[in-house]
Ligand binder design. Structure first.
Ligand code: HEM
Length: 404
């Protein structure tokens, strides 16, 4: 019989060797800062994003350099009591890891010493509601509709639970994934892991919007104020749902080989923005409003009506079609023998109140027409409820407000 290390070591002093670091670390609130661009380049040895709060960190938090997005499925026979034990245990361990102290049972407490802005954000899939709180399941918590251009690989499909683990240090990210996987092993088995990256911490000036592998400034149009987050992202009720949100994950392959063939101007027309600074092709700088009516000397629209930007922006009568995009690049070696130079893409992560009203209509429009479609293919899809944040003085663990 396997002895659970957690049970075996509970209370052991060795497990808290790194405790105390948290107190010395710089602090940012769990649900802030509100930003989608490069974080302030703090001393990473002491950089901590606060864990506790009404909302989970890792949603509005400025994008860290590394992502491990890990999906898990419940083991056979695990039902509501097991689910609640897992969520409590994961919450406690995530709090420790994110604040730079060693979770109970950690045999390598040294590894927890530099969280480097680590955030661990939990998402709960539809099947967990079916087992633990069927009457409370949000209406929007279901598979996205099939889109005509989807080429979904079930290997990147829906899971029961997901952990979005982000840090500015890749070793911390790997360690946090290893710890959380081991901590949950009595209840869940890993389903997939999606690893992604953005610019290394400090390589972009603070506040700069990062770029994707097509070289585009990606993340310009995003909520940037508390009001915008209230409007687009945070669910306000009922009851235990306050402070929660939803997470849509799409794995999107990007054909870099074919993109190479395009000249620079065409690349800009595809998106409707300049490569130099991400400004709309009607000018004015990255954050200037796009003039969708402007025409050139030939009477043609300056921003192509089928460009990615024109198709993605909310129509006037549906201003609610906006959300927080928090994408990460992936860039794997090409399949041996494929003759391709790349196996790359975007781990497209979107947070919103209600995917049915926000993400899905936008994706339906893009699926119909979007110049970018020639170079991208959606190959994975999943949807989760992201419970409110936890704290020792409030909900003690993720999901307690609704399932506990
Ligand atoms: C590999 C796939 C994709 C790439 C490379 C990409 C790239 C971009 C770029 C460069 C921009 C312009 C700058 C900005 O506002 O961030 C943009 C804007 C946007 N994208 Fe994407 N995108 C992809 C997929 C998607 C998907 C799947 C959705 C949602 C269904 C989406 C929704 C949006 C929205 C809402 C905007 C802002 C439009 C506006 O109001 O101006 N994108 N994207």
């Amino acid at each position: 019989m396997r002895v659970s290390r957690r049970t075996f070591l509970a209370g052991s002093a060795s497990a808290t060797a790194a405790a105390g670091l948290a107190a010395a670390c710089s602090h940012v609130e769990a649900d802030g800062p509100v930003s989608s661009s490069a974080p302030e380049h703090k001393d990473l040895a002491t950089a901590v994003v606060g864990f506790d709060g009404l909302r989970q960190a890792g949603v509005a938090t400025a994008t860290q350099a590394h992502l491990n997005l890990a999906a898990f499925n419940l083991k056979e026979g695990v039902e509501k009591p097991g689910i609640l034990r897992l969520l409590r245990l994961w919450t406690e361990d995530a709090r420790k890891l994110c604040t730079g102290s060693a979770p109970v049972g950690s045999l390598e407490p040294e590894m927890n010493a530099w969280p480097a802005n680590l955030t661990i954000t939990a998402g709960i899939g539809e099947r967990v509601f079916d087992l633990a709180a069927p009457d409370a399941k949000p209406q929007w918590l279901h598979d996205l509709p099939a889109f005509s251009r989807d080429r979904l690989d079930p290997a990147w499909g829906q899971s029961d639970l997901v952990l979005q683990i982000c840090s500015d240090d890749p070793l911390t990210c790997a360690w946090a994934l290893r710890h959380m996987t081991r901590a949950g092993m009595d209840y869940v088995r890993p389903s997939w892991v999606q690893q992604g990256f953005m610019n290394a911490s400090g390589s972009l000036a603070e506040g700069t919007t990062p770029r994707n592998l097509f070289g585009q400034v990606d993340g310009t149009v995003n909520p940037r104020t508390d009001e915008a987050y209230e409007e687009q992202v945070w669910i306000d009720g009922p009851g235990g749902f306050a402070g929660s949100t939803s997470l849509v994950v799409r794995r999107i392959a990007m054909d870099l080989d074919e993109w190479e063939v395009l000249d620079r101007r065409s690349r800009e027309v595809v998106v409707g923005r300049s490569l130099a600074d991400g400004a709309p092709l009607t000018g004015g700088g990255e954050f200037a409003p796009a003039d969708m009516e402007a025409v050139d000397d030939f009477g043609l629209p300056v921003i192509d009506k089928n460009s990615h930007m024109a198709r993605a922006m909310p129509p006037e009568d549906h201003p609610e079609q906006r959300f927080r995009r928090r994408p990460y690049n992936y860039n794997l070696p090409p399949e041996p023998g494929s003759g391709k130079l790349s196996n790359a893409g975007l781990i497209f992560i979107a947070y919103q109140k209600d995917p049915d009203r926000q993400f899905t209509p936008v994706q339906a429009r893009l699926d119909e027409v979007d110049r970018l479609n020639t170079w991208i293919t959606h190959i994975g899809s999943a949807v989760y409820w992201v419970p409110p944040g936890a704290s020792p003085s409030g909900d003690a663990f993720w999901g307690q407000s609704v399932m506990g």
